[in-house]
Design a binder for this molecule. Structure first.
Ligand SMILES: [Zn+2]
Length: 739
């Protein structure tokens, strides 16, 4: 299947809605960018190097690097890590080559040197591919003096000084710096160095700009003034979201056309902001996870691999991991220690990322990252053929909804001022179900809500819809067709209660599948419970629990039939004073349904009228884990392609390559797993028994463990292959050679 999409992540999309990329990045400092070949390059023939490049390295230069860095350090490093491609800082705000453009400011200590050129030459001698990094988000005092109209402006029309570099000015994303000056920069670099491609950092502006150009262009396009509200249901903001996407498309197209005019197989890759997976074709995508703060579970890198692969399909995706400590406080000049680096990288590789190391500053004064990174790259190279995945074998996918993030927040509109915490709701529901599936050891993928056509989703047995509030009529139809033909869904909360633009419907778009009609939403419900009913597959494992905690957002619904629900509500009762903590006599047990398990056509549907996944993310109650797991297994009604028994918390993935199978086990059993800062790798003592469903018609020749290097005990019984893994240090891979 050819990938034909470039989707901004939900957070970027939220950023478009909020007009603040910075604010969105603070949610978890994750961005996606696309190395984009443009509309007409839908195959890899034009860019075979991108598909071959398995290991990436990025060096982002700083101004005092030129006189002090040692290029040979990097050439040696590229060589010993078997890196295939390198991304190097070229120009934009500040350039690292002797530009002839007077307004492109040279790095302070560059002198007459050509640092970018030296590094390009050395990497070329190693046979590496080159991607030039440009960053246009700021300009110098000289450029501002010559073109004050290039500056971004605040709401009162004043030009914006750079927030960190006081001798620089923030550039407007719609004015001459982006649309006249940067094309000259891109042209000069392409002519001089002939790079394979460009990577544009902070290319889409720095939040809302209220300069004269922006005001005029928006008025001409929409007849309206620029919005001052962040609420996506505000007509001006609604129009702005679409207009901004169109402007970024034009900017991208101009820059991509500019480099292609000089070198036909070159391309420009925007860092985020391209927002239509059905419009742009990309040869490779990188996802940039620079930091962590607050709860950032260790599977986060893997999640971004899945989100990106959902629209890239079988095209390569790279996971950019920063050798540096960053959260929203942005300590750019330090490094993580080995265990943390390794844990994040392995988590991403297991879910299909190619490693892309990013180092700020070319003179590495703190070198503690060198050994762990080298070790992983060498391991990756040694096992290269097991990393060239051709298919993921999961049968469950969770839907990732960009539009729900942009236009609703799990029902609540994104409102001005505090949009970030509200938008967080959408992510929390997703993370809750994600955590539950990881803990349940159910192999799963992500699916992109912009590609719910049969050709993308029919390979899955089950789609999970974690509070996917915004779904168009067409998307509801696609899901209905999927279920009728035998597909299965598990949905929660306000799924389908809003249309694609976040306008509330009178009833769920999927009411017929859910088996109930919408009445109202109750939020912030305290001290309410659920009664599990037996026997039912949904409540298996809760036989000894007469009452478990309920979710805090509860949807009142009117059931279509009179089937006995497997889960019923104990309505909220007082939580204080202690003497009053008991339900009213007639409410200790009710028949108010809190789960529906329906058979529809050839398919199955589970619907929870509550935010059980978001509540799970908040409370992590094991009773909810049981329900979330059982829901998927009841819906699936088939053996999972990979099952794991034994102790510990492992993130799993099951892949096919041309002549092999690879089953990944990432050991996340660690007290720091929900925060990310691994102190030490704590090996998981097994044994773990892994059972794999082997695709029909293939013979299993040899089984190897890629971390321990040993041959495990294994047996084959029909289409089931059972392997005993004695222990997992951090990341074990069961590699199965096929004959
Ligand atoms: Zn502007």
């Amino acid at each position: 299947m050819s990938g034909d999409g470039n989707g901004a992540s939900r957070r970027e999309a939220v950023a478009l809605g909020a007009g603040s990329l910075m604010a969105a990045m603070m949610l978890d400092s994750t961005r996606a960018f696309a190395l984009t070949a443009g509309n007409d390059a839908g195959n890899l023939e034009g860019l075979p190097w991108a598909n071959k490049a398995m290991r990436w390295i990025q060096v982002a230069f700083v101004e005092d690097d030129p006189p002090s860095y040692d290029p040979q350090f990097w050439f040696d490093f590229f060589k010993k890590t078997h890196a295939d491609a390198v991304c190097l800082s070229a120009g934009g705000c500040i350039c690292f080559y002797p530009s002839k453009l007077p307004l492109q400011k040279r790095a302070k200590y560059l002198g007459d040197r050509d640092m970018f050129g030296e590094m390009v030459k050395g990497a070329r001698e190693l046979g590496m591919s080159i991607v030039a990094r440009v960053d246009p988000h700021a300009m110098s005092e000289e450029a501002f003096a010559a073109h004050p109209e290039w500056a971004a402006c605040t709401i009162d029309g004043k030009p914006r000084r750079h927030w960190a570099a006081k001798d620089m000015w923030v550039t407007c994303q719609n004015a001459g710096f982006m649309f006249d000056f940067m094309p000259q920069v891109l042209k000069e670099i392409t002519q001089t160095y002939q790079p394979e491609g460009f990577f544009g950092n902070r290319w889409a502006g720095s939040g809302m700009c209220y300069c004269k150009t922006c005001r005029m262009l928006f008025r001409m396009a929409t007849g309206m003034e620029l919005p001052t509200s962040d609420d996506p249901q505000d007509p001006q903001r609604h129009a702005y979201i679409a207009w901004n996407a169109e402007m970024r498309w034009r900017q991208f197209k101009l820059w991509d056309d500019t480099v292609k005019a000089v070198k036909s197989d070159c391309f420009f890759s925007p860092n985020g902001g391209m927002n239509d997976p059905n419009k742009v074709t990309i040869p490779i995508v990188g996802v940039d996870r620079q930091g962590r703060s607050g709860p950032t579970p260790l599977w986060m890198m893997g999640k971004y691999a899945k989100i990106t692969r959902a629209y890239m399909h079988n095209l390569p995706v790279a996971g950019i991991f920063n050798v540096g400590v960053e959260d929203h406080n942005r300590w750019k000049d330090s490094v993580q220690r080995g265990p943390e680096l390794q844990a994040w990288m392995r988590g991403g590789i297991a879910q299909g990322f190619r490693p892309w190391m990013c180092k700020f500053k070319a003179k590495p004064f703190d070198t503690r990252w060198v050994e762990p990174v080298t070790e992983i790259y060498q391991w990756h190279f040694a096992n290269d053929r097991y990393m060239r995945n051709t298919a993921n074998l999961a049968r469950v996918a969770m839907v990732n909804s960009t539009q729900t993030g942009v236009y609703t927040a799990g029902g609540a509109p994104l409102t001005a001022g505090d949009n970030i915490p509200v938008a967080q709701r959408v992510t929390d529901s997703q993370n809750g179900y994600y955590q539950a599936l990881v803990e349940s050891r159910i192999p799963f993928e992500m699916a992109d809500d912009r590609q719910l056509d049969a050709k993308y989703i029919d390979r899955y047995r089950v789609l999970v819809l974690p509070d996917i509030a915004a779904l168009s009529d067409a998307q509801c139809r696609q899901i209905r067709d999927y279920v009728t033909k035998g597909g299965r869904i598990v949905a929660t909360g306000e799924t389908s209660l809003y249309d694609e633009a976040g306008r509330k419907r009178d009833n769920f778009g999927l009411a017929d599948l859910f088996g109930c009609d919408y009445v109202k939403t109750g939020s912030g419900v305290q001290n309410s419970y659920l009664t599990p009913r037996h026997p039912h597959d949904l409540t298996k494992g809760l036989e000894d629990a007469p009452r478990i905690i309920a979710a805090t957002q509860q949807i009142t619904v009117k059931p279509h039939g009179d089937a006995k629900p497997p889960l019923t509500l104990v309505p909220s009762y007082p939580d204080l004073p202690m003497e009053r903590v008991y339900p009213a006599p007639d409410e200790a047990e009710t028949d108010i349904p809190m789960a529906f398990c329906n058979t529809v056509g050839k398919g199955r549907v589970v619907y929870f009228p509550m935010d059980i996944d978001r509540t799970f993310w908040e409370v992590l109650a094991e009773d909810h884990l049981v329900l979330l797991k059982n829901a998927v297994l009841w819906a699936a009604q088939e053996t999972q392609p990979m099952t794991v028994t034994g102790p510990g918390l492992v993130d799993i993935a099951y892949w096919r390559q041309e002549k092999s199978l690879a089953a990944h086990l990432v050991n996340m059993t660690n007290p720091m797993m929900m925060k990310g800062p691994y102190r030490t790798i704590m090996p998981l003592d097994g044994p773990l028994t892994v059972t794999l469903v082997v695709p029909r018609g293939v013979d299993t020749k040899k089984v190897t463990l890629l971390e321990s290097g040993k041959t495990p005990r294994w047996s084959r019984n029909g289409h089931l292959l059972t392997v005993e893994v004695p222990s997992v240090r951090l990341h074990e891979v069961i590699a199965v050679d096929l004959s």
